[in-house]
Ligand binder design. Structure first.
Ligand SMILES: Nc1ncnc2c1ncn2[C@@H]1O[C@H](COP(=O)(O)OP(=O)(O)OP(=O)(O)O)[C@@H](O)[C@H]1O
Ligand SMILES: [Mg+2]
Length: 474
């Protein structure tokens, strides 16, 4: 499924949030405005009811009765739907009723409610009932009915109220939609501007090539908190890639160089054999010399293949199902294998074991590592000295070390001895005829198993190589 762009996702989230916010604000504003309009309408209704109540007065007769002065009723505000009223005295006698009071309309007692809505002749009215309204017209004290009270029903059409509420609602909606549109444009602009360093970063990343490893990240990319880690990670990744690329190139150049020499020697040996007729013995010597060089060539090709395989495996592109093996027995086999070389160089070779750690590993791989370490120890040690191999089972796996009392490695060379085709520049090292691949292969294999290899060495005292392998090998 194609996932949508970050910009679209951000805009969608912001818009949905704003839309919900707008709906909430509009609803609240409309409800509040409607309530305020109705309260104001009710207040007006109350005033109008009081003003008709004020038109009730005492007659001029000797025995005054309550009369209603219809002449003084103010003209209706809404001519299409004039107001309705009815006034009763405290005995329930109707004193006045508006002309348009519907024949079938009886407001009834209406409980405790003072204001209510009612539909009359297809039109919505809002009604008010005022109880115990005193008669404004004053009679001399002691006269009958001087403390008479009135009940007033008054109703006015709510058509205008509804129209005002509608107008207010539409205005609020329009204002909110306009604000929403402006906010949406601002969000689009802000997100586009906010993401622009990412687009620039992407286009600059596309400019990176083996000819130009520099990532010219825009300054905003390093200043933006979200982009700074990405930019730094890209720079680190490029530095690592450049290093890997350079070392691959160097490896290729070194390999070509190392292969060129024995091939040239074999070629010149055969050419000189062919220059003139030779005796059978001369031919044999020549072929023996060529064979020796071809063997060196074979060793180099084999080493390069092992290195490539170990590195491929370490990078995770080669998987193997490994059986559990006895680590000590691989050390014993390597020691047995190298003993003739040690004896030939008059060296004492010794294996010490503590426990018999078992690991999931390929015995051939480990024998290759031990072989390289022992071969170095033997090759770079003087006659009469001793080489000691130790296997120890530790908590987190096993540790194998090879210690010699040989020439040692100069401190400045130590960081580089695991590099491919790297040889410490001592006359002895040059004489051994190695390629400087042994330790690189060993390191690649050990790391492929998730282990580590470390070196301690002092010139003139000796060298100790220690390999630590975890219990659960990859
Ligand atoms: N035990 C040691 N004592 C002294 N120098 C050592 C020892 N082990 C390694 N070195 C130095 O480290 C260099 C690299 O070792 P490495 O095993 O990778 O290559 P090499 O032995 O020269 O060649 P190769 O193993 O490919 O035949 C050696 O050339 C040597 O100078
Ligand atoms: Mg070696």
């Amino acid at each position: 499924m194609k996932s949508s762009s970050i910009k679209r996702r951000l805009v969608t989230v912001v818009l949905i949030t704003q839309l919900l916010l707008t709906i909430g604000v509009v609803t609240t504003a409309v409800v509040l405005t409607k309530r305020q309009l109705r309260n104001a309408f009710d207040a007006g209704l109350h005033g109008r009811a009081m003003s008709v109540a004020a038109l009730v007065r005492y007659s001029e007769e000797e025995k005054p009765t309550l009369v209603f002065d219809r002449e003084m009723v103010p003209p209706p505000l809404d001519r299409r739907h004039p107001d309705l009223y009815r006034i009763l005295d405290q005995n329930g006698k109707v004193l006045a009723t508006s002309d348009n009071w519907p024949a079938n309309f009886d407001p009834g007692p209406q409980g405790n409610r003072n204001n209510w809505n009612v539909k009359l002749q297809g039109q919505m009215y809002r009604a008010v009932r005022l109880n115990d309204v005193p008669v404004l017209d004053q009679e001399p004290a002691g006269t009958a009915n001087s403390d008479a009270t009135l009940t007033v029903f008054y109703a006015a059409s709510t058509e205008e109220l509804s129209e005002s509420a509608w107008r207010a609602g539409i205005l609020i909606c329009l204002a909110s939609v306009t604000m929403l549109a402006i906010a949406t444009m601002a969000v689009f602009w802000g997100i586009k501007r906010g993401l622009s360093p990412l687009a620039i970063l992407a286009s600059r990343a596309a400019d990176v090539s083996p000819a130009n490893w520099e990532l010219r990240a825009p300054p905003e990319a390093l200043q933006t908190p979200e982009l700074a880690p990405l930019t730094r990670a890209m720079n680190t990744m490029l530095a690592n890639l450049q290093q890997a690329f350079t070392s691959q190139r160097a490896f290729l150049a070194d390999a070509a160089h190392e292969l060129k020499t024995p091939v040239a020697i074999v070629k010149s040996t055969i050419q000189s054999l062919l220059q003139r007729p030779r005796s059978a013995e001369e031919y044999r010597d020549g072929i023996d010399a060529a064979l020796e060089d071809i063997e060196r060539l074979e060793k180099l090709v084999h080493s390069m293949l092992r290195l490539a395989r170990a590195e491929q495996w370490a990078s995770g592109s080669l998987r193997r199902d490994l059986e559990e093996i006895d680590l000590t027995s691989t050390c014993e086999l390597s020691v047995a294998h190298l003993r003739p070389l040690a004896e030939a160089r008059k060296l004492k070779l010794d294996l010490q074991r503590d426990g018999s750690p078992r690991l999931h590993a390929d015995a051939e791989d480990l024998e290759l590592v031990w072989g390289n370490l022992l071969e170095n120890a033997i090759q770079y040690s003087p006659a009469g000295s001793s080489v000691q191999m130790t296997v120890v089972g530790v908590d987190a796996g096993a540790e194998v070390s090879v210690k010699d009392n040989g020439q040692g490695i100069p401190a400045a060379e130590i960081p580089f001895i695991f590099d491919r085709f790297r040889r410490a520049d001592t006359s002895r090292a040059r004489n051994t005829g190695g390629y400087g691949l042994g330790l690189a292969i060993s390191k690649a294999i050990v790391e492929a198993y998730g282990g580590t290899i470390r070196v301690e060495s002092e010139v003139g005292i000796g060298t100790t190589m220690t390999v630590r392998l975890p219990a659960n090998l990859n």
